[in-house]
Design a protein around this ligand. Structure first.
Ligand SMILES: [Zn+2]
Length: 500
């Protein structure tokens, strides 16, 4: 693949660093990649080839491009580091294809450092980045070069991603608004950034989602950091130490994204609970926590991460305006399926002692029950396969609600899963509404689907499609229900209606 035509463009609305991306081995459209920010930060943008090496080194590898050719020259230090990360990830993940040849000039001259030292922090408002901000404010004198002077928030190139997010003229302002309380309280400026990196990089498969989360996210963020190399000499990426230690696939190394002008720093020396404790004593931080995996600009209060944060705050005896639900319901914790990433199991584990100390034995019991079921994605999938093998008769055709995430090829061949929704035997996305879900269920039932199974990873369907859910529960007996899967027998209701 080639990256060329690297340029900085300015309009009255924004300043953009852009480049043309051309695929050479993959049949993907040529397109312009950009990183956009308000005009007042135009000087921060760096049009060096360095910007593209972290993200596109990994993309070229993953997509099997024979080479990555970038116009211009890169810092030799960054070249070495990205190469090391790629070799490391390929060996670790067993990617079969050879690494792409990286064709780029090395800039061997002594590179000018940006004027003055300046440190930035990527801030998502998650526990890790809020903690890094608070700790930096508490520990580092404001005049020191390590003191955070810029907060950066990027949409379109990182996560958490907003599924409803559209790149538009108001998007930069919207980001600035969401951080207004924090910038007012800390006096630190916020640089909003929009990019289409995710659009340029993505294919819509579960494999890509996994690749993004496990590998690409940090490389993408490193590219964003280098795009602001005209202003920053150091950038802090916050993440959890449990994630680092427990999830081996997250272990590509941020310091390998250093160049001679930009240092990428990563800290992970405190547990998530310790970080939450520190944030809980900072009212603006506490009220601006945003951890949800389901929503983007507010917390649902019920997902894996929301519930963890709420339970941690309950153990600390603190309340937060970030969650508009009051007390944590032990039943909701019990019902929460703990799935991949498996390091989150450890995060729940760490809540037991503080909850006991706070006398919240109801929550202790709920978390213990949750942990008893917890396991990584693969273990759950294997468990679900044996659940289905034991409860479905040989030769059964069944509807599988899994949003095409599970790939159940371990099922005995004579039991056949029908995706839901389905078109010509292929997965056709989630339904727009209850009525469609019910009509499609009935259509497949008429087509001799005997059962319907809802996998844990798609349990959100029960909340999102309440009429479909009630329709199922009222008409069809449940022949299996556990935290992994709920199975309905679609045949017996047919008998009843025939009898009637
Ligand atoms: Zn949530």
């Amino acid at each position: 693949m080639r990256i060329d035509n690297i340029r900085i463009e300015q309009t009255s609305e924004c300043a953009r660093l852009a480049a043309t991306v051309t695929w050479e081995n993959r049949a993907r459209a040529q397109g312009d990649l950009y990183f956009a920010t308000p005009p007042e930060y135009a000087d921060a943008l760096s049009a060096r080839a360095d910007v593209f090496l972290p993200a596109f080194g990994l993309l070229a590898t993953w997509y099997g491009e024979a080479r990555l050719k970038i116009e211009g020259s890169v810092c030799p230090l960054l070249f070495e580091g990205v190469g090391a990360n790629l070799r490391f990830l390929r060996a670790k993940e067993g990617w079969p294809r050879p690494l792409p040849a990286i064709e780029v000039k090395l800039d061997r001259t002594a590179l000018p450092r940006c004027p003055g030292e300046r440190t930035g922090l990527f801030l998502s408002r998650g526990i890790d980045s809020l903690f890094e901000l608070r700790r930096n404010l508490d520990l580092v004198p404001r005049q020191h070069p390590f003191a955070i002077q810029d907060l950066l928030h990027v949409q379109g190139a990182g996560f958490p991603e907003d599924p409803n997010f559209r790149l538009g003229s108001r998007a930069l302002e919207d980001i600035t608004c969401k951080f207004a309380a924090i910038t007012a309280d800390t006096g630190i400026s916020m640089i909003p950034i929009l990019s289409n990196l995710r659009q340029i990089a993505a294919v819509h498969t579960p494999h890509f989602a996994r690749f993004w989360q496990d590998h690409f996210h940090k490389a993408a963020i490193a590219s964003v950091a280098h795009a602001f190399g005209g202003r920053l000499s150091r950038i802090i990426m916050a993440s959890g130490c449990e994630a680092w230690a427990k999830a081996p696939t997250l272990s590509d190394l941020p310091h390998n994204y250093n160049s001679s002008t930009l240092q990428v720093t990563h800290f992970a020396s405190f547990s998530r609970f310790e970080k939450t404790r520190m944030i809980s004593e900072w009212p603006v931080g506490r009220d601006n926590i945003l951890v949800c995996t389901k929503r983007s600009s507010s917390n649902c209060g019920k997902c894996l991460k929301c519930l963890w944060a709420r339970t941690a705050l309950a153990a600390l005896g603190k309340e937060s305006e970030a969650f508009d639900i009051g007390e944590v319901d032990p039943w909701v914790i019990r019902r929460l399926a703990l799935i991949t990433p498996s390091y989150f199991v450890h995060d729940y584990d760490t809540l037991l002692a503080p909850l006991r100390a706070a006398g919240r034995l109801d929550l202790v019991a709920a978390v213990e029950e949750l942990l008893a079921w917890a396991g990584p994605w693969d273990t759950w999938r294997d468990g679900l396969i044996s659940d289905l093998s034991s409860c479905l008769p040989a030769g059964a055709r069944f509807v599988l609600v899994d949003d095409s995430a599970l790939q159940l090829n371990g099922l005995a061949e004579d039991r056949r899963a029908i995706p839901f929704l389905e078109r010509d035997g292929r997965y056709w996305g989630s339904p727009p509404d209850d009525a469609t879900a019910i009509a499609e269920l009935e259509r497949l039932r008429g087509d001799e689907a005997g059962f319907l199974a809802v996998a844990w990873s798609s349990a959100w369907w029960f909340d999102t499609y309440p009429r479909w859910s009630a329709y199922l529960r009222e008409r069809f007996p449940r022949i299996l229900e556990n935290p992994r899967v709920t199975v309905f027998d679609l045949r017996r209701a047919a008998e009843r209606s025939t009898a009637a």
